[in-house]
Design a protein around this ligand. Structure first.
Ligand code: AVI
Length: 325
């Protein structure tokens, strides 16, 4: 005979993607919150502001690489008909320059932006309509991290853009899985243009994630505000200190929120009370930094062969054109 065990009944909010992630993260040791939690409306605005900070070199460096080498990138794609597919396109702020180059090198260009935010995609359509009106746009609202079925099957050669160092926010095993899933959707000869942040002097990296105006700190704390807004959380975000550190061994910047006092935070909709010791932290993000060798190895393991790469004068950022092997 088997004894009947009691299955604890979780509140309905714990079954939603947000509730499940917050429940899992805040009941783990050490405590974590996933970086995708940053990106509600407010978090996306804060991230836009980060991209314009003097310390945050990533966005403007990648943009400058596209401005200088966009033509070479698109010439290397070398197709009469080209389908440019962008994973996590957002508002396509940096894509215009590549699409303009595409229209100079290909007779027919279609742009397929994929993003989880319909609002961002509407803005992407307006942006591309204004700077590259010859390009037709077919947007798709989807979560490419879950599955790649939004990557369209086309007659035209496909060039997938995964730019902005987004791959750096995944753990190496997850990044590998993402690349392999993408590879399975592609045919030999299709291309991937990947933008990654390079390893560099520690002080430059630390400044980029500890800006003087405190925008990154607000972006980090937005994860707590979001729990308050959407799950009835009782966080007092001012009682958590933003901390960004360089982890040399793992080659990543880590972001944490460190409790300034011993405190208990209720999260009403999850039926949870979370205890914090003074100095205890919630690990909110990793941002991996690569060398050309580690970026190449990651691509190889994902089923791609690097054909060409471009960087800036200081070699701070790298753009890799790789072919589905
Ligand atoms: C979106 N991602 C590439 C950014 C990064 O640099 O890892 C997110 C970010 N976190 C703090 N500042 C910017």
């Amino acid at each position: 005979m088997h004894a009947l065990s009691t299955i604890p009944c979780l509140p309905a909010a714990a079954e939603t993607p947000l509730g499940a992630e917050v429940y899992r993260g805040l009941t783990s040791t050490p405590k974590t919150l996933s970086p995708w939690l940053f990106y509600d409306q407010r978090g996306s605005e804060l991230f836009e502001a980060i991209t314009e900070l003097p310390e945050y070199y990533l966005t403007r460096t990648e943009r400058a690489i596209f401005a200088e080498h966009g033509d070479a990138m698109l010439a290397a794609a070398g197709a009469r008909e080209l389908a440019v597919i962008e994973l996590g396109a957002g508002t396509a702020a940096k894509t215009g320059v590549l699409l303009e180059a595409a229209t100079r090198h290909c007779a027919c260009v279609t742009y397929f932006p994929i993003d989880i935010s319909a609002t961002a995609l509407n803005e992407a359509k307006r942006n591309i309509g204004a700077c590259a009106p010859q390009v037709s746009v077919e947007a798709c609202v989807a979560d490419y991290t879950e599955d790649m079925s939004a990557v369209p099957a086309t007659k035209a050669r496909r060039l997938v853009l995964y730019i902005g160092s987004s791959i750096g926010n995944f753990e190496p095993t997850e990044a590998g899985r993402l690349l392999r899933n993408l590879r399975r959707r592609l045919a030999p000869g299709d291309l991937l243009l990947l933008g990654v942040d390079h390893r560099k002097e520690r002080s430059v990296l630390l400044c980029a994630y500890n800006d003087a105006a405190g925008v990154t700190a607000e972006f980090n704390r937005n994860a707590l505000w979001r729990v308050n807004r959407e799950l009835g959380g009782g966080f007092r975000p001012g009682l958590f200190r933003h901390r960004a550190v360089w982890n040399e061994r793992e080659s990543r910047i880590e972001m944490h929120l460190e409790s300034l006092i011993t405190q208990t935070v209720p999260i009403r909709d999850l039926g949870l009370s979370v205890d914090f010791r003074r100095g205890e932290s919630i690990h909110t993000e990793n941002s991996y930094k690569f060398t050309p060798e580690t970026a190449g190895r990651m691509l190889e393991r994902g089923g791609f062969t690097v054909r060409q790469s471009w960087t800036d004068e200081k070699r701070w950022f790298g753009v890799y054109l790789a072919e589905a092997a």
